[in-house]
Design a protein around this ligand. Structure first.
Ligand SMILES: Cc1cc2nc3c(=O)[nH]c(=O)nc-3n(C[C@H](O)[C@H](O)[C@H](O)COP(=O)(O)OP(=O)(O)OC[C@H]3O[C@@H](n4cnc5c(N)ncnc54)[C@H](O)[C@@H]3O)c2cc1C
Length: 508
């Protein structure tokens, strides 16, 4: 509703508008999609429907193949134009959009696709470079006051079970809908995000101090531009107040919003490698490969890895470094091809966004985007990022009584220490599934050998897009000074309702 270019264009056309959401069974059948994402979506659509109702319209909901539904609507009602956003998605959604484009052309329907913020449709020459500042510094689009709606039956709304999406154990899932997104953004800027920069790497602390906006940005309940403008304004206010800690945190946040666009652009420009394209360096595990199950069920015997998976299962969220570590463990230590781990992780993320997820998986598994493979040591990371074991003890209570010195690598604990803590390795908690030091060494050597020797003669050389900034540890990053926008975020207000009093913040 807010800052929505496609809706604004449809309303401006003066024709009756039909706000349409199509539930596509083929989409929900993809391995990356899951019940937690569906539930977040339903909450968001419910609120969207209320917002449309206030403006004289309704959300028209249909279930089925997008092309069939559009063709049927056109037959019955005559569609003059389709307004939509360009989507940088999975191969499936690219194929769907191509089919819709072809059909619209044949049917004489004008298809008006709006670019995503700061992202250019790929021209195939891999040099797309949309102007980020040109987008985020422009005034946001206001929500329409009224919508002249086409009259049409609104429902019925499907339920998760219609798509075979069974119950989920995500009891700590973030709530969908714009209200929840606005509350998160406001709370982050008004205080919660002060230690964002310092805490970013630490799994327990980051849960509270990161923006947690990712599912809202992925589903569009908050626009990237409104998040950027609000953070930019807050940052200026904190700088004026002399709170350089908060201002530096918001600099980091603003940079991450830009990385988002760059990452999506990289998938736009370099679609996912096909199996057998020459970018495969590891065997694809079978669906019933016990290593895959052990990893994704959090039974690896490495406390930090298992704590991350358990936390992810229950909350649908994890910070950047822990996501990177999980992918690295699956693809380096366990030497599995990136595809299945990527799908299994995506399904656990409420915020699954193909344009961030896949470029990151490819980078973390040394397929694309990194100069040299980074193979994380899960024990060293555990000691660095959860030194007092807060995160591990929360998610693996069966290890809680182990002293800090053995908590990160219980296999090193003397028998008496394990017995005192009530831990029986292999029974109350798994033995580690692999010698991580030896496995990491072997992975590095294999990758080095593979990059030295040529890939199969039939294979295309792999794309090597520029290394992504996101590969750099947050702490070590040089804080780039954000330049003052030329026009300034023109709308000083924030379409977020009445903000709570925040004495030290002049205006957000
Ligand atoms: C293997 C792997 C898979 C990932 N999959 C996803 C995914 O499916 N969806 C997703 O939103 N993020 C993904 N990320 C990026 C990152 O981990 C999450 O965006 C972040 O943890 C979400 O929390 P937040 O909203 O509090 O982020 P914040 O730190 O508050 O950042 C704000 C926003 O910036 C964007 N962002 C943050 N970090 C990055 C980054 N490194 N690259 C690109 N954009 C970034 C996100 O939209 C995020 O919501 C992945 C990272 C890795 C290593």
């Amino acid at each position: 509703m807010h800052d929505h270019a496609a809706l604004a264009a449809a309303v401006a056309s003066g024709a009756p508008v039909l706000p349409l959401y199509i539930f596509e069974p083929d989409l929900w059948a993809l391995a990356e999609h899951s019940r937690r994402q569906f539930d977040f979506l339903m909450e968001s659509l419910t609120e969207l429907d209320e917002a449309l109702t206030e403006r004289g319209a309704r959300l028209i909901v249909r279930k089925g193949n997008a092309l069939d539904i559009l063709a049927d609507l056109h037959r019955r009602h005559g569609i003059a134009a389709i307004h939509m956003y360009e989507e940088t998605g999975l191969p499936w959604s690219r194929a769907r959009d191509r089919a819709v484009r072809r059909w619209a052309l044949q049917a004489g329907i004008s298809l008006r696709e709006q670019p995503q913020p700061g992202i250019l449709r790929s021209t195939g020459d891999s040099k797309s470079n949309a102007s980020w500042a040109g987008h985020v510094e422009q005034p946001r689009l206001k929500a329409p006051e009224t919508i002249r709606a086409a009259t049409l039956a609104a429902g019925p709304w499907p339920i998760a079970e219609d798509f075979g999406l069974g119950a989920d154990d995500c009891t700590g899932r973030q709530k969908g809908g714009r209200t929840a997104g606005v509350e998160l953004l406001r709370g982050f800027l008004a205080g919660r995000g002060r230690r964002y920069r310092q805490d970013a790497e630490h799994p327990a602390a980051a849960e509270k101090t990161a923006s947690r906006l990712s599912p809202h940005l992925a589903f569009g309940t908050i626009s990237v531009r409104e998040a950027w403008q609000a953070a930019h304004r807050a940052r200026a206010a904190y700088m004026q107040d002399g709170d350089t800690t908060f201002a530096a945190s918001l600099t980091g946040f603003l940079e991450r919003l830009e990385w988002r666009a760059r990452s999506i652009q990289s998938l736009e420009d370099h679609p996912l490698p096909q199996t057998g394209s020459g970018e495969d360096i590891r065997p694809v595990p079978a669906m019933d490969d016990p290593r895959l199950a052990t990893w994704i069920e959090g039974r690896t015997g490495f406390p930090l890895i298992d704590a991350c998976i358990r936390s992810l299962r229950e909350t649908g969220w994890l910070n950047f470094r822990m996501r990177a570590m999980l992918v690295g463990f699956a693809t380096h230590h366990l030497w599995m091809d990136w595809r299945r781990p990527a799908e299994r992780l995506a399904a656990l993320f409420t915020d699954f966004e193909p344009g961030i997820h896949y470029p990151q998986v490819l980078a973390q598994s040394a397929i694309r985007g990194q100069k040299a493979p980074v193979v994380y040591n899960p024990v060293r990371l555990s000691l660095q990022l959860d030194p007092d074991g807060t995160f591990i003890r929360r998610w693996i209570p069966e290890l809680a009584a182990l002293p800090d010195s053995y908590l990160h690598a219980p296999w090193e604990a003397p028998k008496a220490e394990l017995a005192r803590a009530g831990v029986i390795l292999g029974q109350t908690y798994p033995m580690r599934m692999v010698d991580h030091v030896a496995a990491a060494k072997e992975a590095r050597e294999r990758i080095a050998r593979l990059t030295r020797t040529s890939r199969p003669a039939t294979a295309q050389p792999p794309h090597r897009p520029a290394p992504m900034q996101a590969d750099l540890p947050f702490r070590g990053m040089q804080a780039r000074r954000l330049r003052k926008p030329k026009h300034g975020p023109a709308q000083l207000s924030f379409d977020l309702g009445t903000p709570p009093p925040a004495p030290h913040l002049r205006q957000i």
